[in-house]
Structures are given as structure tokens and as C-alpha cells.
Design a protein. Structure first.
Ligand code: UD1
Ligand code: MG
Length: 491
């Protein structure tokens, strides 16, 4: 659903560049930080200002990018750039495509698909300034210590913006300018349309420069101005993986800080990674070395970490998740997981339940108050309420060809090392003895014992391991009249 158009007429997101410095088979803008592709961050910022239309200009790895865009924002228009290179050409083809439906009037914003930290707030600010001042063009700029590579903002004696000079075309004097073009602008649609006709490829790179529109607009009598941001991260693009990591770290720093300001305790922000897609309630505590990804949500008073990596996990109020690797799971309120626990997709742990140390779970529903405390595997199973699964229990769900289900009732108590050979059902209140291998259904309230009776071969060690330390101790033990061997088995 497209939100109401309360913002500019259109936003055009440029993403036709090759991104060769990434050295990747994945298109540059599909690389992710904070749990979203760079282009997803760019599109969210664009959408947040409620534009009438949204267009993305593509060329390199066109089909991959278009497929991704269809998932993210199916209402956005995909525009293919042709052979003519340059940001000016990219905007020109987008404008032609947008105008084809209905000629745009008012403000057109241009942003980049590889500038992931740009916020909707700064874009809204740019548009508001542009419209308030009645500008033909308003460019977003920043002051950088090292402006190498960027287009420089040229200003007249009165301080007004007169144009932009690309680094490669700049004179020595122009290269001293520290104010750079971010590549993000608000244009008046008519000015942009008219100016682009006059933009040539007559420059050192043989490209149609969008930046030429500024001087052309000025020559045509329009007012050209700049909005200077002090937050350079918001205009920073990622050209290689070093910049991608730096942007990812900064995005994370901002995300973690925002959650702390919203009432979440983060013991060690430096080792805590939270995707932009995660939501946390007040009074959640995140302990060191924790990564929260995807659609993970954590409810009030829950404690997560240390050393946990959770993707698409829903954690209920007051739950504790320690040293756990989990995905696609639900952890009920007041439940406990970990340490050293591996939750695979489809794990649903009921309120106040427990999945303890060295447990692996998959596709299992565990009822309220049931506990799987130590060492085991539970997969393709359903466990009722207030059941206690003993140490080392295994659901043998795989017959080598197919997976089968295990159904365990409520109030069940299983002995250590019980194996459930699925498909099998254990009724409510049943018990199992240690080492039981359950191959047939167990009725409610039964005790299941499936191990052969114990047999002790008396004197075996002395006879078969003569002279060993074991034989020596065994002899000493049977010589002592109080030894269990002589009082019980010895009879
Ligand atoms: C551009 C600006 C420069 C600014 C810099 C900020 C121009 C002429 N120069 O330079 O003033 O300081 O951005 O980063 O605009 N793109 C297309 N089609 C193309 C070329 C580029 O869609 O034919 C897209 C790219 O995918 C990218 C963006 O436009 O998202 C910028 O392209 P890039 O080649 O990085 O621009 P620069 O030369 O760095
Ligand atoms: Mg370039």
C-alpha cells in the first residue's frame, strides 16, 4: 500500500552504477548492513517522506536488483538506464518514465541506492528548505576534511551556490574546497526537465553529469541553494567492503544508542549488534556479545546474552536466553534457554518452560512449564504441559528416509537417556525408566521400561584382568566382610 502523497512529487533513487570496487557477484546495493540491503535502507528513507512516486534507476545486474525491489517495494517504478553514462542520464531516463504516466510538477528528490544511513528526517528537512525558499535546486552538502573524489560546491562572493565541479575536472584551487556534493538534491521538476536537455558529456569522464543542472538552473534565473549537514555519515556511500563495514558499525552504534535511550540496558554496546529490523521493549537487558537479527522481538524484562545470536526469535516477557544460537523460534514469557543451546526453526517453548544446556531443538512445540533441562535433541515433536524430559533424551525422528513425529503428553516424567523412536505417542502422566527405547505408544499413567534386566558376572575382573589395579581393588573389596559384593550379590 502506498502512503498518502504528503511529500514531494517523486523520489528518484540512483542505482545503475557497476559497483566494481565491491569485487562481488552480488550487486553492490544488495549488500547488507543492519539486517537490510543498502537499497532497502535508501527506499525506506525515501518512502518515509511520502512521495507521490518512487523510481529506482538500474542497469548493472538489473534482474537481481529488480527482483529484490519487487519484494521490498512493489509499487516502486524500475527504470532501466541506457548506454549513456552518468548521473544526469540516470535522472533523465527516470524523469521520462515518471512523466509518461503524468507530467510531474513540484519537487523531485534524487538520492543514491548506496547511501544507507540517510534518514527520512534529513530528506524531509531538505525538501522543506527547498520549498520554503522557493529554490530551483537545493543540494545536500557536507564539509569533509578529505574531499578527494567528491564534487566540490562552488560558491560566489556572496556565498550563494553557483555550481558543482567534479574532482576530476577541478582546478587546484577548486580542489581545496572542503564542501562536497552528497549527490542528494531537491529539484523543481520543470527546471530539472529543461536543464537535463542541455547537459552534455563534454567533461573528463564523458558522462552526463547531474551536477551540471545547478549552473544551468542558475543561468535560467533559478535560485540554487545548499543544506549543509553536520552528520557526514548520512551522506556517506559504500563503494567497497571497507566502507560497508564502517557504515555497518556506525549504523549499529546508532541503533544500539537509540534502544538505550528507549529504555533498554545494553551492558556492552561495542559487542552488541542489533539489526534495524529488531524490536525491543523497555527494561530488556542485553548482555555482552549478543547479536539480534531479522524479525527478533524481545519483551519487557527479558535478559538476552551473554554470547547469543538470535535470528527471527520472539522472546516473551521476563524470559532468559543465555549463550544460545537460535532462529525462527518463540520463547514464552518467563521461560529459560541455555547455556549452549541450539534452537532451530519451529521451536516454540511455552511460558516458564526450559530448554537447558547442550540441547538442540527443531520444529517442536513445548507446553507451558515443561522442561528439557540437559543434553538432548527434540525435533518434530509436541510436548504437553508440566512435563519433565530427563537428561540425554532423544527424539529419533529420522528413519533414514522420512521424518516422523513424537507426541508426548502433559505431566510426563522421562528417565535419563530415553529414546523416542518416532512415530510414537506417550500419554499424559506416563513415566519412563532410564535408558528406555520407546518404540510403541505408551498409555497415560504407565511406566515404560524397555531395557533388558541387569546381569552381573561375578568375579569377572579378577578372572580376566589378573594383576590389574582393578583386580587388586576388587580383591581387596571382597576381602572386606562389609563390602556390598559379599553381603548382597555374593549370596
Ligand atoms: C557523484 C557526483 C559528485 C558527488 C558524488 C557523491 C555527479 C556527476 N557527481 O560522483 O558530485 O560528490 O556523487 O557521492 O553526479 N549512477 C547511476 N548511473 C550512472 C552513474 C551513476 O545510476 O550512469 C548512480 C550510482 O549507482 C551511484 C550514484 O549514481 O548510486 C553516484 O554514482 P558515482 O559514480 O558513485 O558518482 P561519483 O562519480 O562518485
Ligand atoms: Mg562516477
Amino acid at each position: 500500500m502506498i502512503p498518502e502523497n504528503t511529500g514531494p512529487a517523486a523520489v528518484i533513487v540512483l542505482a545503475a552504477g557497476a559497483g566494481t570496487r565491491m569485487k562481488s557477484r552480488t550487486p553492490k546495493i544488495l549488500h547488507e548492513i543492519g539486517g537490510r540491503s543498502m537499497v532497502a535502507h535508501a527506499l525506506l528513507a525515501a518512502r518515509s517522506i511520502n512521495p507521490g512516486r518512487l523510481a529506482l534507476v538500474v542497469r548493472h545486474e538489473r534482474d537481481l536488483v529488480a527482483g529484490h525491489l519487487n519484494e521490498l517495494d512493489p509499487e516502486a517504478l524500475i527504470v532501466d538506464q541506457d548506454e549513456v553514462p552518468g548521473t544526469g542520464r540516470a535522472v533523465e531516463v527516470a524523469l521520462l518514465a515518471l512523466d509518461a504516466k503524468e507530467e510531474l510538477t513540484g519537487t523531485v528528490v534524487v538520492t543514491y541506492g548506496d547511501v544507507p544511513l540517510l534518514s527520512g528526517a534529513l530528506l524531509a528537512d531538505l525538501v522543506a528548505t527547498h520549498e520554503r525558499e522557493g529554490n530551483a535546486v537545493t543540494v545536500l552538502t557536507a564539509l569533509l576534511d578529505d574531499a578527494t573524489g567528491y564534487g566540490r560546491i562552488l560558491r560566489g562572493d556572496d556565498g550563494s551556490v553557483t555550481g558543482i565541479r567534479e574532482h576530476k575536472d577541478a582546478t587546484e584551487a577548486e580542489r581545496l574546497v572542503r564542501e562536497v556534493n552528497s549527490g542528494i538534491y531537491a529539484f523543481d521538476a520543470a527546471v530539472l526537465r529543461d536543464a537535463l536537455v542541455h547537459v552534455t558529456t563534454d567533461n573528463s569522464q564523458g558522462e552526463k553529469y547531474l551536477t551540471d543542472v545547478l549552473s544551468l538552473a542558475r543561468q535560467a534565473g533559478g535560485r540554487v541553494a545548499a543544506v549543509v549537514t553536520e552528520d557526514r555519515w548520512q551522506v556517506e556511500g559504500a563503494n567497497d567492503r571497507v566502507q560497508l563495514a564502517a557504515l555497518g558499525a556506525e549504523l549499529n552504534r546508532r541503533t544500539v544508542e537509540a534502544w538505550m535511550r528507549a529504555g533498554v540496558t545494553v551492558v556492552d554496546p561495542a559487542t552488541t549488534w542489533i539489526d534495524s529490523t529488531v524490536t525491543l521493549d523497555e527494561d530488556v537487558r542485553i548482555l555482552p556479545n549478543t547479536q539480534l537479527h531479522g524479525a527478533t522481538t524481545v519483551a519487557r524484562d527479558a535478559v538476552v546474552g551473554p554470547d547469543s545470536t538470535l535470528t527471527d526469535v520472539r522472546i516473551g516477557e521476563g524470559a532468559k536466553v543465555i549463550r544460545t544460537h537460535g532462529s525462527g523460534s518463540v520463547i514464552g514469557a518467563g521461560a529459560a534457554v541455555g547455556p549452549f543451546t541450539y534452537l532451530r526453526p519451529g521451536t516454540v517453548l511455552g511460558e516458564t518452560g526450559k530448554i537447558g544446556a547442550f540441547y538442540e531443538t527443531k520444529n517442536v512445540t513445548i507446553g507451558r512449564g515443561s522442561k528439557l533441562s540437559h543434553l538432548g535433541y527434540a525435533g518434530d515433536a509436541e510436548i504437553g504441559e508440566d512435563t519433565n524430559i530427563g537428561c540425554g533424551n532423544i527424539t529419533a525422528n529420522y528413519d533414514g528416509e522420512k521424518k516422523h513425529r513424537t507426541v508426548i503428553g502433559s505431566g510426563v516424567r522421562t528417565g535419563s537417556n530415553t529414546v523416542f523412536v518416532a512415530p510414537v505417542t506417550v500419554g499424559d502422566g506416563a513415566y519412563s525408566g532410564a535408558g528406555a527405547v520407546i518404540r510403541k505408544d505408551v498409555p497415560a499413567g504407565a511406566l515404560v521400561l524397555s531395557v533388558a534386566a541387569q546381569r552381573n558376572a561375578e568375579g569377572w575382573v579378577v578372572a580376566n584382568r589378573p594383576g590389574s589395579r582393578s583386580a587388586e581393588l576388587a580383591t581387596a573389596a571382597s576381602d572386606s566382610s562389609n563390602s556390598p559384593a559379599s553381603t548382597e550379590e555374593g549370596k
